[in-house]
Design a protein around this ligand. Structure first.
Ligand code: DQA
Length: 148
């Protein structure tokens, strides 16, 4: 299967950004671990971090032509603002899992609403970088089922 991992704004600063909230692990470390997990099971994983809404949207559009089976997305602050990224995911109809490092429900009220959760296959939050690994495990299993 081919899996696309998308990281939204400010996640390039992981490791130094509010480590008490987001942990010490860096984004390259997260991506490398996910790539290794996918390739060790014979799958292909691509990832992109962007601080720009339009780049994330264009990457989602391109995913349709690349036959991406599953998207794992941490929309970061766009979670709470972006109808446009939500619409892009629905437009390509690629199933997706929403991931947040922090437990957004334990934080400010403006983080409690997501424009993505009701359209996601699943949502994982509060488990730090492990959330991405759990999402990948679920995505690979579901993609295999869909292709068999
Ligand atoms: C986040 C939570 C968002 O509220 C925040 O804007 C982020 C990161 C998380 O992974 O916990 O940038 O998506």
């Amino acid at each position: 299967a081919s899996i696309l991992v998308l990281h939204g704004p400010n996640l390039n600063l992981l490791g130094s950004r509010e480590p008490g909230v987001y942990g010490a692990v860096t984004l390259p470390q997260i991506d490398q671990r996910l790539r290794e997990l996918a390739s060790s099971q014979g799958h292909h994983l691509l990832s992109l971090q962007s601080n720009a809404e339009h780049e994330l949207i264009e990457r989602i559009h391109a995913a349709r032509d690349e036959a991406i089976d599953y998207i794992i997305i941490n929309p970061a602050a766009f979670t709470h603002t972006s109808v446009a990224i939500r619409d892009a995911l629905l437009a390509v109809s690629i199933p997706f899992i929403e991931v947040h490092l922090s437990n957004v429900h334990r934080r400010e009220a403006f983080r409690h609403h997501s424009f993505f959760s009701d359209a996601a296959e699943g949502v994982i939050c509060g488990l730090g970088a492990q959330g991405y690994e759990l999402a990948l495990q679920a995505a690979l299993q579901r993609a295999e089922q869909a292709n068999s």
